[in-house]
Design a binder for this molecule. Structure first.
Ligand code: GLC
Length: 746
């Protein structure tokens, strides 16, 4: 074991931590100089040139395919080109061969790294480490902007409560507060704390409610009320806008019958009106055109009108603006001042990124930035912190076992461990768990995959079983390929796919200790596999450096600290199941389950509460859950007051002790419940978290501060405010633990 045994004097340290990063409302930080430049340029533009700025094209392939359109001033932005030589040529055409020389905005889906790939965003959320996530986004920006990409379609802020949804991989899970902290971190990381040529405009997406697709089927309709939007789905976007996000993307879904790309209420009234957003709003890929499929518009002209009048600035790949806006303006269906505002938003972003001064990149210099050792080190740290220890009977960390069997379809899958939305990651740079373990334990590792890929079906595993007999410990790397999550890749069955469970059972039958490491894009339903595993380490596709990270975690070089950013279900039939649900009038109390039901049971003998006869109402692992190689104990939890005013700060103090034998980090979490409100309120909501690292035997007094204003919600009267009354507060290492304290707000 690599942990050092020692006793430290109990240290008393007060950590006064503000748990909110709330920023001033409003704009993307433009000043009067920028505004003057915007107005001066806008004043010179013809209507056709203005409309050209509102058109974005996907420009993979030969530059010549787009040269004519660019020269005509019909392209304001391109996406899907990352070759710096081609990007320079695209920019040269726009800057040197058009009347006004307005540079292009070059966009790309840089979702969790550009070349150096970090864990998928769901894994990044599992770190509960905004500073690390910001560092990762900064590294992505350094690599991408060096090649001329100055706009990323990230962070994705869609709250997701249904793991059947493939894009759950791409967001920060089910919790609004965690999502908000991750959103701010990525905006700061991408754009930089100061604007320069490494600033990459963030694009908060998908606005709004996309993750609530009915049935977890991508692109499906959502039915979120205004109060649900305001209390759960909009706050991360509002925080990201306040953090200075320069752009936003509308979503594919129709919410309550209105597709977002034509939704005046969310785009014009809330985003522009209430929040004062003056950045760029872009549609999703042809989401304007898809409003025809939705039956929300007759044809491209109709949907172009609806999108423009809703407040959309740029059209991704419908060509609706380019084809119809001039006619719509001539007819008065769309006012030219609407066009002017859209173009202002576009020019503002281009000016703030410095594109007019620096439209070109240094192709040679760009090469040295990619995969820099410091980038790889940061990606490894992120992969280490994102892994979640779900089960451990003591077999981990490895204790010098000399004969190691490595098996499973994800042990040596350099492309798939990069995860979904990995356009520019290169598998040649990936270090897989197998490679890392072979390097760590030369001559001690036997590799028998058992399954070539996760979906493979096999009914016998003689080769693996035979190898297992000669091993001291079995390390099985299981899960799903990257293509099984992500956009449009939803699953109705979340069990380990193919014959992976059968492989585990065969391994268990050998009597050797089995450690399962699962690499996936979503929380899979692994209850049936747990009996066959002595330990389970869960890694949401960990990226380029996943191998060394997982090796460090398995050997104890690094102590796991990840926490579940999403509820792990016992079975997919429980979906959706999330921690911050309402109490209902009949909360589950652990009632009768199927096995206990008598024959000819009378109707009144059953539970009469909100649960399933076969699976109850509790998850396999709750939100915020994760084990460590050490143990932590919370004690002396106290509040500085019993009663608070609405402008007060709640100071919660507690002693955290490392009661185990190894240094470790605990993500301490603070949850609050509003006992009685003008609306029914969640049974608890995360309001603060902090990573606290302790030596074995060390005690630390921690104090966390939460503004009472964090308890505000959008109530029955349609305003957001803190309501007076009684509250409960928990401090714990996950959403299902701890005993509540009570306090009141007067
Ligand atoms: C996709 C996605 C969106 C992405 C865009 C450009 O369909 O929905 O998230 O940014 O197209 O690739």
């Amino acid at each position: 074991m690599n942990c050092i045994k020692y006793l430290s004097l109990s240290a008393v340290v007060v950590l006064a931590l503000a748990c909110t990063g709330q920023k001033k409302a409003g704009t993307i930080g433009a000043d009067e100089t920028v505004e003057a430049r915007v107005e001066a340029l806008l004043g010179k533009m013809t209507l056709a040139e203005k409309i050209g700025q509102m058109n974005q094209v996907s420009a993979g392939g030969d530059v010549s395919n787009y040269a004519d359109a660019i020269r005509k001033g019909q392209v304001g932005s391109i996406l899907n080109e990352v070759d710096p030589v081609k990007i320079n040529e695209f920019q040269r055409l726009s800057v040197e061969e058009t009347r006004l020389g307005i540079p292009l905005l070059v966009g790309r889906d840089v979702i969790h790294g550009f070349h150096t790939i970090f864990p998928i965003p769901l894994g990044l959320a599992a770190t509960f480490d905004p500073a690390l996530v910001e560092e990762g986004a900064r590294i992505a920006a350094l690599e991408a902007t060096a090649q001329g990409v100055r706009w990323t379609f990230s962070p994705m802020l869609d709250i997701a409560r249904d793991p059947r949804w493939g894009r759950i991989a791409e967001g920060s899970g089910e919790d609004t507060y965690l999502d908000t902290r991750m959103a701010e971190a990525m905006v700061y990381g991408y754009q930089g704390r100061k604007a320069d040529t490494t600033s990459m405009a963030a694009c908060v997406k998908h606005f709004v409610g996309y993750g609530a697709a009915e049935g977890g089927r991508d692109y499906n309709s959502t039915f979120l009320t205004e109060r649900q939007l305001r209390n759960f789905y909009l706050p991360p976007f509002e925080a990201a806008i306040k953090a200075g996000a320069m752009t936003l993307m509308t979503s594919f879904n129709d919410n309550d019958g209105v597709p977002s790309t034509g939704n005046t209420f969310v785009v014009k009234d809330i985003l522009r009106g209430e929040w004062g957003f003056d950045g760029l709003v872009v549609t999703d890929w042809n989401s304007m055109g898809e409003m025809i499929n939705h039956g929300f518009g007759e044809d491209r002209k109709d949907v172009a009108e609806k999108a423009a009048n809703a407040g959309v600035d740029m059209d991704m790949m419908t060509y609706g603006f380019l084809s119809h806006l001039e006619e719509l303006v001539r007819s008065g269906a769309v006012k030219e001042k609407t066009i002017d505002n859209a173009v202002r938003n576009i020019l503002r972003v281009k000016i703030m990124l410095g594109l007019f001064e620096h439209p070109y990149v240094d192709v040679e210099a760009a090469k040295a930035v990619q995969y820099a050792p410091t980038h790889l080190a940061a990606a490894q740290k992120a992969a280490e912190e994102s892994a979640i220890l779900l089960k451990n009977n003591g077999i981990l960390p490895l204790k010098g076992q000399s004969r190691i069997l490595v098996t499973g379809p994800m042990a040596d899958a350099p492309w798939d461990q990069l995860g979904t939305w990995c356009f520019d990651g290169q598998k040649e740079h990936t270090i897989t768990p197998l490679k890392a373990l072979q390097e760590r334990f030369p001559g001690q590792v036997t590799y028998v995959p058992g399954l070539r890929f996760s979906r493979e079906k096999r009914d016998r595993f003689d080769d693996v079983v035979s190898a297992a007999r000669g091993a001291d410990v079995i390390l099985a790397f299981l899960g799903e390929e990257s293509i099984l999550s992500g956009e449009a890749h939803c699953l109705a069955d979340l069990n380990l796919i193919g014959s992976q469970s059968e492989l585990l059972a065969a391994l268990k039958a050998t009597g050797k200790p089995v450690v399962a490491t699962i690499l996936a894009g979503r929380p899979l339903t692994i209850e049936r596999d747990l009996p066959n595993c002595d330990a389970v380490l869960y890694s949401f596709h960990p990226g380029t450096m996943g191998g060394p990270a997982l090796a460090n975690l398995l050997t104890g070089e690094v102590n796991p600290s990840g926490k579940t950013p999403i509820t792990f279900l016992r079975t997919v039939g429980q979906a959706p199941l999330y921690y911050n649900h309402n109490m209902t009038g009949r909360p589950y109390q652990g009632e009768t389950l199927l096995a206990d039901i008598d024959l000819e049971a009378g109707q009144t003998s059953l539970g009469n509460t909100s649960y399933y006869l076969d699976y109850g109402a509790y998850p396999l692992f709750p939100f915020g859950y994760g084990l460590s190689y050490t143990t932590f104990e919370y004690s002396n939890v106290s509040l500085d007051k019993k009663e608070y005013g609405k402008e007060d700060q709640i100071a919660v103090s507690f002693t955290l002790a490392n009661t185990g034998e190894c240094r470790g980090t605990e993500v301490v979490q603070v949850y609050v419940r509003d006992l009685v409100g003008s609306l029914t309120r969640p049974v608890k909501e995360l309001k603060c978290f902090e990573r606290v690292e302790l030596n074995p035997g060390e005690n630390r007094i921690v104090t966390l501060q939460i503004p009472v204003q964090e308890l505000a919600f959008w109530g029955l009267d349609g305003t957001k405010k803190v309501e007076t009354g009684e509250f409960q507060l928990w401090v714990a290492g996950d959403s299902a633990s701890g005993e509540p304290l009570t306090f009141s707000v007067k």
